[in-house]
Design a binder for this molecule. Structure first.
Ligand SMILES: [Zn+2]
Length: 363
């Protein structure tokens, strides 16, 4: 979820302390640094697992991320609570960001463990804005967003259903009174060691990573994944923003502030060493995409047309939606820097495209 499985050219220089493809059995967390345990949780979606982390804290535990709100993820927690730690021993739950595979079971866990959820204010506010959408206003905004992309005839209806408002039981959602707020630079004392909150932006508004210099370990969430690129997207709620600019700044900041020999514990795939290199690869890949886009927008183009250039391969519906969101993030990057104009496509020869936007290099 929230990632296009784009595996770019082979990346031989990252080091993997565990064999590629290895993961602990669900329900049997594995210690990867002193007092830091890796939990592998299967998910019933195309991104088929998430890594959660358990930090020993004296006689108790801290949980980092919660898993998707689905029966299979709940089952894994049941196994862990049967055989590894008790719900009463959990002192707090830290949520890196608002995406459903990370926050999904946080409220359920917090009630079960009778503890608080620690999250940044930016993530919580964004989450609230999404779960509390007013259906009618949201549908109008979604229709405008889909129209602006310039999908070919027949596509728009398909994509509208991805924007339907989720009708979940409000009790399964995180409530403000369950939360404690954390911010960039905060230090949490866990098992006598300092864990620093290092914020990243662009994949989500205020994504929290956790860095422990004493253990030379970074819990990176979706901010640093070894082989897939995190989805950087413009959607309805941030349609005028520049998440790619934020993301590139965050990658540079992580590259320049966290030592390269740090063990990185990502939310997907395996732990790795080589953060500097990985951040630079991601920066270079996005700049390569921006250069492809610059060549395309020499001629006026819609977001959908630009998408087929940036993602020149077969994509299913969900991937197409993420790819158009990511294309828009690249377009907005150029637009925010006055490299392209953004105009209504009123003269389109295709009547269904007259509500789309057209982007052209500024001469
Ligand atoms: Zn995410």
């Amino acid at each position: 979820m929230n990632h296009l499985s784009t595996e770019f050219s082979p990346r031989p220089n990252l080091k993997y302390p565990f064999e590629k493809g290895f993961h602990p059995k669900p329900g049997e967390p594995k210690e990867v640094a002193d007092g830091v345990y890796w939990m592998h949780v299967p998910m019933p979606i195309s991104l088929d697992h998430i890594n959660l982390w358990l930090l020993r804290d004296g006689d108790g535990w801290v949980i980092v991320d919660s898993g998707l709100d689905s029966p299979i993820c709940k089952q894994v927690w049941d196994q862990v609570f049967d055989s590894f730690l008790t719900p009463e021993s959990v002192k707090r739950i830290i949520v890196t960001h608002f995406h459903p595979d990370h926050i999904g079971l946080a409220s359920w866990l917090a009630r079960r463990c009778e503890c608080k959820i620690w999250i940044t204010k930016g993530e919580f506010n964004h989450y609230q804005a999404i779960v509390n959408r007013e259906p009618k206003t949201h549908t109008i905004a979604a229709k405008q967003f889909v129209d602006e992309i310039g999908f070919p005839e027949g596509y728009a209806d398909t994509y509208m259903r991805f924007f339907s408002v989720d009708e979940k039981d409000p009790l399964s959602r995180v409530q403000e009174e369950q939360c404690e707020f954390i911010k960039d630079g905060d230090e949490l004392l866990i098992d006598g060691k300092s864990w620093q909150i290092v914020m990243g932006n662009g994949h989500s508004p205020e994504h929290a990573c956790l860095y422990c210099a004493e253990l030379a370990t970074l819990i990176s969430g979706d901010q640093a994944l070894p082989r897939i690129s995190s989805n950087i997207s413009v959607y309805i709620i941030n349609r005028l923003e520049d998440p790619l600019g934020d993301w590139l700044d965050s990658c540079a900041r992580l590259r320049d502030t966290i030592p390269n020999d740090t063990l990185v514990l990502p939310s997907h795939q395996e732990p790795f060493i080589g953060l500097d290199l990985r951040m630079q690869q991601l920066i270079d890949d996005h700049h390569a995409q921006l250069n492809r886009l610059r060549l395309k927008v020499v001629e006026p183009t819609t977001a959908f047309e630009a998408c087929s250039v940036l993602f020149d391969r077969e994509l299913n519906e969900g991937e197409t939606l993420m790819a158009t969101g990511e294309t828009l993030a690249h377009i907005n990057y150029l637009w925010h820097r006055d490299e392209v104009s953004r105009e209504p496509n009123i003269n389109s020869l295709e009547p269904n495209n007259r509500d789309s936007l057209i982007y052209t290099t500024r001469k």
